[in-house]
Design a protein around this ligand. Structure first.
Ligand code: NAP
Length: 302
């Protein structure tokens, strides 16, 4: 028997959940029950090396979820729309975990929520936001003590989904439909310490939706920061219209174009960088993240 508070972590082999596992394991008050669908995968093996309890679980499997949540103090839940692009399925997956949390009587659920974009004037629906907003509503409605962490655009997207495009020798372009509006950003590894701070102080954070970001920069500023630290490589922001970005060939391009349009419309108020620094003063700026990850960024550039 452990006297530590057990936190079930969904998405433990992924970016957000992985950061949460690592941060929780550094705090002596918590033990981790890391959930994955694939106990034999590399992600699960790495978590075992970190001494997390790793269990098999699937957010589509209602009965299995009850077993996973049994005996836990809390839960971190991130649902993954980007695996299936099906909002109703994401909502059901979130509800399944919420129901299991309720049945287990957990004391604190931290849910990686997002904003409701309906009626915002965005060019079209942003299903991966709206689904998470509906899960938040459901969690509230069934009365689970919860905190929602509404996070921002990951800096790490520049290493994969939104990699700068090579335009010449040591020249790169970033083309996202943000116009001249600033983008709220963060390193996904900060989700770990943010969630630990929230779980450490339930009275302060229960019932709250926290709008989290480590920085707020225009894409001209993003490019200037990359150019400053990755010399002789130079980066230029090449704006693209929302409707042109929507025609890109990658899966979910239209959804992402609508999301950037929503970001533009909410550029003044979507997230709160000052509040985020109060929650965790070491929250990284984009500048600090680039300096710390120079090699990784250079390797990711084609
Ligand atoms: P990720 O790195 O791609 O990892 C996905 C995780 O979800 C994996 O650990 C996977 O576990 C788990 N998973 C997927 N389906 C599952 C299921 N049915 N049952 C149990 N576990 C399941 O994802 P992430 O970036 O941490 O989170 C993705 C979410 O972040 C998306 O919904 C997206 O909307 C949101 N988000 C992204 C950004 C961004 O800038 N990229 C910003 C804000 C929010 P196994 O494969 O091991 O089972």
């Amino acid at each position: 028997m452990t006297s530590k508070k057990i936190i079930a972590v969904f998405g433990a082999t992924g970016a957000q959940g992985g950061a949460v596992v690592r941060a929780l394991l550094q705090n002596s008050s918590f033990a981790v029950r890391a959930v994955t669908r694939n106990l034999d995968g590399n992600g699960a093996q790495e978590l075992k090396k970190l001494k997390a309890e790793v269990v098999k679980g699937d957010t589509d499997d209602k009965e299995g979820l009850k077993r996973i949540l049994s005996g836990t103090y809390g839960c971190f839940l991130v649902t993954n729309f980007l695996e299936h692009f099906d909002m109703n399925r994401e909502i059901q997956q979130g509800k399944n975990v919420a129901d299991a949390c309720k049945a287990a009587g957990i004391k604190h659920l931290v849910f990686s929520g997002l904003d409701n974009t309906e009626g915002s004037g965005a060019a079209g629906p942003v299903h991966h936001f709206d689904g998470k907003a509906k899960i938040e509503d459901y969690i509230e409605q069934i009365g689970i003590p919860y905190t929602s962490t509404r996070v921002s655009f990951y800096n790490e997207n520049f290493l994969n989904f939104n990699q700068p495009r090579k335009t010449g020798e040591n020249k790169y372009a970033i083309s996202l439909p943000m116009g001249d509006k600033p983008l709220y950003m963060m390193t996904v590894s900060d989700v770990g310490p943010w969630v630990v701070e929230i779980l450490k102080d339930p009275l302060k954070y229960k019932g709250k939706k926290l709008h989290l970001a480590g920085d707020k920069l225009t894409l001209d500023q993003v490019c200037a920061t990359l150019s400053k630290h990755l010399k002789p490589k130079q980066f230029e922001y090449v704006p693209i219209a929302v409707e042109d970005f929507a025609k890109s060939s990658f899966p979910g391009a239209e959804e992402m174009a609508n999301m950037f349009h929503f970001y533009q419309l909410k550029a003044d108020s979507l997230r709160d960088v000052a509040l985020t620094r109060k929650l965790y003063p070491k929250t990284q700026t984009f500048d600090a993240w680039v300096q710390e990850n120079k090699e990784k960024i250079i390797q990711a550039l084609k």
